[in-house]
Design a protein around this ligand. Structure first.
Ligand SMILES: *Cc1c(COP(=O)(O)O)cnc(C)c1O
Length: 221
């Protein structure tokens, strides 16, 4: 099946109000163009260099989502054009984003990436650390960051019960944070190729689907 028909298929499965971010990391610009031609505008990338190269080459109305671990020294490279950083996962990164965003006088949308999976290798804030940072007023001085919600990656497991518990945990974190951050805190980014239906059932408002649309990748994150 072609990329465009895969996109159409995922769209028919999406609940109303749920956004599709097509995860194009590792795939060539040609693949992105095919998705673009059927109206897809939001794409997810996980490597700053790759993101920048694709931004330079492709139409400027593409909405680029940074979804991978972002090193503080790479923030500057993507900040002028990235639509949203979904992987804000530490205070250090928050401070680096603040610094670079202030320099170019831009307020940048970000999601708090929170650890929900059972595996230790997963990135993201630990819930207790995040709370400590927030309660200590950590975000108060980061005026060039607009927090839009949360992002999480579920356990890599065939057991849908485990995955569901992770999604529910993220939804509950969102519900607890929402009163602090207000109206614009409206996004729960969860669900990938294999589990986005389940993610929607658990409250996802934005799914990140890569390999189902573009085919299997030959190298990972
Ligand atoms: C690669 C990636 C995805 C997409 O995963 P697929 O299984 O290819 O759909 C989603 N989210 C993040 C953070 C990723 O790195």
């Amino acid at each position: 099946m072609s990329i465009s028909s895969k996109i159409e298929e995922v769209r028919t499965n999406l609940w109303s109000g749920v956004k599709l971010v097509a995860v194009s990391k590792t795939y060539p610009s040609e693949a992105i163009k095919e998705a673009y031609q059927v109206g897809q505008r939001a794409f997810g990338e996980s490597r700053p260099q790759e993101l920048k190269a694709k931004w330079e080459e492709l139409p400027k109305d593409i909405e680029w989502h940074m979804i991978g671990h972002l090193q503080t020294n790479k923030v500057k490279m993507i900040l002028p054009f990235v639509a949203i950083i979904e992987s804000l996962n530490s205070s250090r990164l928050g401070e680096a984003i603040e610094r670079e965003a202030a320099k170019i006088d831009r307020v940048v949308d970000c999601l708090l990436e929170i650890q929900v999976a059972q595996e230790e290798s997963k990135t993201g804030w630990e819930w207790s650390d995040l709370n400590e940072f927030i309660n200590g007023g950590g975000f108060d001085s980061l005026s060039h960051i607009r927090l839009r919600g949360v992002m999480g990656i579920a356990s890599y497991s065939d057991d849908l019960g485990v995955v569901e518990a992770d999604f529910k945990r993220l939804k509950s974190y969102f519900d607890q944070l929402k009163p602090r951050f207000g109206e614009s805190f409206d996004t729960i980014s969860m669900g990938m190729s294999g589990d986005y239906q389940l993610a929607m059932e658990c409250g996802s408002t934005s799914v990140r689907v890569g390999s189902y649309i573009f085919g299997s990748r030959y190298y990972g994150l």
